[in-house]
Design a binder for this molecule. Structure first.
Ligand code: DON
Length: 333
């Protein structure tokens, strides 16, 4: 048999047996996350957030990793049973709900898709743009996103947001009440951001309601497994590999991932994209999730944060696993 005929025979056989042609072997995810855990577990760099007093009570030693694939497999190691507040991680999924309700044009026009180059709770950023929050992942933009959700009243707004988080996590999530109370008592900065946006017409409902519901969504507890499952929805074109529900129109997934690439790590976002090359999102509770479209999501929990408010060991772990699996989106595989 000549070479051409032999090649055709392989392709026909692989179609017949429904097998991928020249499939690359799947990486050994279990071994990789174990290696990352070993490599970074004794790194004590960073500082646990304390501007929300309840967050200061979390142990800096907590360290957990889960990787969830688009075909519904879970690999995990470390303190995977420890729950932690989502904080800014929640912003991604409420953005997805706003995108589903209003479409990407409204999101771009009202919330934006630009880096602020300033800290995540910057009032200066809002002032410089005369109220435009620039993106839905900084605090101002996330509060505005909450106000954009179509709802009959406050209860309905909260129920829609929580039900959406539950569907993405494939779980029944709950609010961490001590964290919620602690953040509500020390929330003057977010109230100021909301008032500033309201004065410029970029808040789309009651100011106090938007801040309270934003704070409540930030206080929802997740485990690293639930967070990885949420990320896997984005990796899988908006459909949960775990409950089979289409949670976000597949056409809108690239816009949500673009917002994560632009601002998911705040003023650390550019360096992250430059060095790792995949969209990710952090929260000051110490959680972080990154998405490799068509392949997997990886979530890490480790409370000590860098200056920009991103978990130090989560960034190291995801960087390590992304490199080992050739996940950089700007690279040809
Ligand atoms: O509004 C805040 O400041 C917090 N609820 C969330 C901030 C946050 O997680 C920033 N993330 N890295």
């Amino acid at each position: 048999m000549n070479v051409k005929l032999f090649g055709s025979a392989i392709i026909i056989a692989s179609l017949y047996f429904n097998a991928p042609v020249l499939a690359q072997p799947a990486p050994d995810y279990a071994a990789l996350i174990e290696q990352a855990h070993q490599k970074f577990k004794s790194n004590a760099d960073g500082k646990v957030a304390d501007y929300i007093p309840a967050l200061a009570t979390y142990s800096p030693a907590n360290f957990a990793i889960t990787l969830a694939t688009v075909d519904g497999k879970i690999y995990q190691t470390g303190d995977v049973k420890k729950a932690f507040p989502m904080e800014s991680l929640s912003k991604v999924f409420t953005l997805a709900l706003a995108m589903e309700q209003h479409g990407p044009h409204v999101v771009l026009e009202k919330l934006g898709a630009n880096a602020t180059g300033l800290p995540f709770n910057s009032g200066l950023a809002v002032e410089l743009t005369k109220g435009a929050p620039e993106n839905p992942l900084v605090n101002a933009g996330a509060i505005s996103t909450v106000s954009l959700i179509d709802a009959k009243d406050k209860t309905d707004r909260w129920n829609k947001i929580l039900n959406n988080l539950n569907a993405w996590a494939d779980a029944t999530l709950t609010v961490n009440e001590p964290v919620f109370t602690s953040e509500m008592e020390t929330n003057q900065h977010n109230q100021a951001l909301a008032a500033l946006m309201a004065s410029y017409g970029s808040l789309y409902g009651d100011t106090d309601e938007a801040v309270e519901i934003y704070t409540r969504q930030c206080s929802v507890d997740v485990t690293v497994e639930q967070l990885a499952k949420m990320g896997a929805v984005l990796a899988n074109n908006g459909k949960s590999p775990f409950n089979g529900k289409q949670l976000l129109n597949a056409r809108y997934v690239p816009q949500v991932l673009a917002e994560m690439a632009i601002a998911g790590l705040y003023d650390g976002s550019g360096k992250w994209l430059y060095t790792v090359g995949i969209p990710a999102k952090s929260g000051v509770g110490g959680g972080m999730v990154a998405v490799v479209p068509g392949r997997y999501a990886i979530a890490v929990y480790s409370p000590p944060l860098d200056e920009a408010g991103n978990s130090v060991r989560a960034q190291q772990t995801i960087h390590y696993v992304a490199n080992a699996t050739q996940a950089n989106l700007f690279m040809t595989r």
